[in-house]
Every structure is written in C-alpha cells, then in structure tokens.
Design a protein around this ligand. Structure first.
Ligand code: HEM
Length: 383
C-alpha cells in the first residue's frame, strides 16, 4: 500500500539534481506525466538568495493523469475557504439558504469540479480494466507501479463485490484532499520555521549530511528516515506550532461527562481545536516559541498523550500519518542538503486558518544553493 502511494509522489525535479547546477528562480513548471509532482505548493514561494523572490507559485498538485491540475487545486482551495466562511455565519448553516447565496453556488460549482475530475479518472481506468480483463490488466501491471486507483479497482468488499465507481471516487477524493494540502502545509511551515531558526536548520543539515555521507542523496532509503532524530523533532515542533489541520469535529453518540461535571449531550457536534491544544500554555509553556527540544525523548516523557495531535486521535485519526512524516522528512532532507533556506523579511507572514492552516500571502523563502561539497553557509540569524 505504502509503495503504491509513494510511487505517486515524486519530489520536484530541481530537488533531484545536483545543487551546483541549480539556481531556481521559481518552482519549475509541472512536468507532464501521470504522477503527482509536488504535494501542493501554493503556499510557498522560493527564490535564489539575491534575486527577487519568485512570485507566488502556481499550484502543482494534480491527481493521476491530471492535465489541468490548477482547476482541481483551485476548487480545493475555494472549498476550503468557503467551508470556514460558512461556519462563521450561523444562518448559512441551513443548506436551503446557503445554496441560494453566491457562496453556496460557488461551493456547488467547486464540488462539481472536484467530483467530476475524480469520477472521470476512475471511469477511464475502469473502462481500461474492463476492456483488458482482470488477468491481462494484472499482467500489464507486472513490474510497474500499481497506484491507489488500481488497488481500489481490484479490491473486493466483505461480500466479495467490486467497489462501485462512486465508492472508489469517494475514497480517491478523501485521500487527495486529506493527503496533499495537509502535507503541503506541513512542509511549508517546517521550512519557514527552519528559515526563522538557522541554528536548528544547520543542525538538521549536519544530521542529514552525516546520514548521507557515503551515498548520493537520491539514494535516501526508508530505513534512513528513522535515523533523523533532530530533524524529526523539528518537524514535530513545526506541526505543533503550525498544525496543518487546526480542528476536527465529532458528533457525540452518547452523553459525555466532562471532568468538571458538565455534560455534552448525545447528538451534539463538538469542535476539538488542535491549534488550541497545541497553544495551551498549561500544556506547552511559552507556546509561541519554536523549540524542537520539546520533543527530546527526555522532555516528551511526561507529555500527556493528547497534548500533541496534529494527526488527530482515536479510531478516525489520520491513516496517512506515517506516510506524511516520511514525505516531509525526504523533502526536508533533500532541500537542506542543497539549499540554505532564508526568510524574505520584506513579506510578513500572517497565519490564515482555513480548513488547512495557510498564510495570507504565501510563505516567501530564499533558497541559497550550497556548494557541491555541501559546505553550508547558513543564512544570517533573524533580527
Ligand atoms: C502533515 C500531513 C497530514 C496531516 C497534518 C493530517 C491530518 C489529518 C487529520 C487531523 C485528520 C482528521 C482525523 C479526524 O477527523 O480525527 C486526517 C484524516 C485523514 N487523513 Fe491525514 N493528515 C496528513 C497527511 C495525510 C496523508 C499524506 C494521507 C494519505 C496519503 C492522509 C489521509 C487521511 C485520510 C484518508 C483521513 C481520513 C481518515 C478517516 O476518516 O478515517 N493524510 N488527517
């Protein structure tokens, strides 16, 4: 399963080339092909040190053989902002009223775009499968990538029935939405936090250089990802300070008695603030400070189990969390091996919580290519 997803995601091609040849003044255009090239980089703008920062990047995330990824991403972004706007307007909680408003109509259109897109992909694959037949289809996949849609097309439910196209499209939608925007946000914020803290950035780089001492960076392996303790602490602290998903909701299936004696009645929908928990000074002293050492094994020993929950908790928590951590570690490692990441001080960052935690005007970072020997020159500390 993991391999299948992993193969869907490729790091941007400028990351997989020697840094000495690379001076990206902006993130390059989407390469053609049936893969997801970069898990949604609408938040982050990158540039050479010295050159003017690149304009806010176009989004690159696409699903499978997406030819117009921007439509899909634009629709996802729109949905994510419309949902939050609706939450703040009580009267618009009624579907009847909502769909009469311009926002409601935009919501419908964006939903249609997203659903049509996935449905088309699933339908095309289904037709190809029916055309070839199961055996020939499986044979044609031997030695090749079997992706998520393939797995679902071949899956059976508990009664031995194929999944319907609608079921498959619904699963694909969930994974696309939960999988790309969240990781893009997580990655963007960790690069931002390390740009704000060059001392931590440098320590991560040293750790990664040590790990990759005898191999090319393209050879980073699954096992290597568990040998990056400090970088992992930096990612976790970033997920605490800037959790990509700021809240989750649950409907009470029974009365729930709170520690102070009050009762949440059955049927109520509760909003659980991940952001609030991660910034609660009773749990996290000086919560606004980015301090990866909070996640030192020694320091986290006494952490309450739900103090840190970027991936939520309980039976419906994030099923992609290991994959997401792996993605972030790989991209972080390959980026820090090649570039010193600095802040563009002229563009202040203001958080913008939508369904995903974004920044109002993007996160603007300078990338300074490091020499072939990977001799790093960290950017100047923040004043
Ligand atoms: C930094 C990256 C990510 C973060 C912060 C994140 C966070 C979350 C959160 C908070 C939930 C909500 C669970 C709830 O309602 O309690 C969730 C659900 C989910 N996530 Fe992630 N996620 C990330 C990456 C991914 C990736 C990469 C995938 C897939 C490859 C994924 C797949 C899912 C799915 C399928 C669900 C729905 C689970 C269910 O309803 O049972 N997520 N995620």
């Amino acid at each position: 399963m993991l391999n299948a997803f992993w193969s869907c995601v490729t790091v941007p091609h400028w990351l997989s080339h020697s840094s000495s040849q690379r001076h990206p003044s902006s993130v390059p255009a989407l390469p053609a092909g049936p893969e997801i090239p970069w898990p949604g980089d609408h938040m982050i703008a990158l540039s050479d040190q010295g050159a003017p920062p690149a304009p806010a990047c176009q989004s690159h995330a696409g699903l499978l053989c997406c030819r117009t990824p921007s439509d899909y991403i634009a629709a996802i972004l729109e949905l994510s902002s419309l949902v939050v706007r609706r939450q703040h307007r009580l009267l618009l909680h009624w579907d009847f009223l909502y769909y009469l408003t311009p926002d409601g109509q935009r919501f419908r259109r964006a939903c249609d775009t997203v659903h049509r897109f996935t449905a088309d992909v699933v339908q095309q694959r289904h037709q190809a499968l029916s055309h070839l037949g199961r055996e020939a289809w499986l044979k044609s996949k031997q030695g090749k990538t079997v992706d998520f849609i393939d797995i679902l097309l071949l899956a059976k439910d508990e009664d031995g029935q194929d999944l319907s196209d609608e079921d498959i499209a619904a699963e694909a939608d969930t994974f696309m939405f939960e999988g790309h925007d969240t990781t893009a946000s997580g990655l963007s914020w960790v690069l931002y936090n390390l740009a704000c803290h060059p001392e931590y950035q440098e320590r991560c780089r040293e750790e990664i250089k040590d790990l990759m001492r005898d191999k090319e960076s393209e050879e980073i392996e699954w096992e290597d990802l568990s040998q990056m303790p400090f970088s992992t602490m930096c990612i976790k602290e970033s997920l605490r300070l800037h959790p990509p998903v700021t809240a989750v909701s649950r409907r009470c299936t029974e009365d729930i008695k709170m520690p102070d004696g009050r009762v949440l009645p059955k049927g109520n929908v509760c909003l659980i603030s991940i952001y609030g928990t991660h910034h609660n000074p009773a749990v996290w002293p000086e919560p606004q400070v980015y301090n990866p050492h909070r996640f030192d094994p020694e320091n986290s020993k006494n952490q309450p189990p739900l103090a840190f929950m970027p991936f939520s908790a309980g039976p419906r928590n994030c099923i992609g969390q290991n994959f997401a951590m792996a993605e972030m570690k790989v991209v972080l490692a390959l980026t820090l091996l090649r570039f010193a990441v600095g802040l563009d001080e002229s563009r202040p960052v203001r958080r913008k919580p939508e369904l995903i935690l974004r920044s109002e005007n993007g996160l603007w970072l300078h990338l300074e290519p490091l020499g072939p020997s990977h001799e790093s020159r960290p950017p100047a500390p923040r004043s």
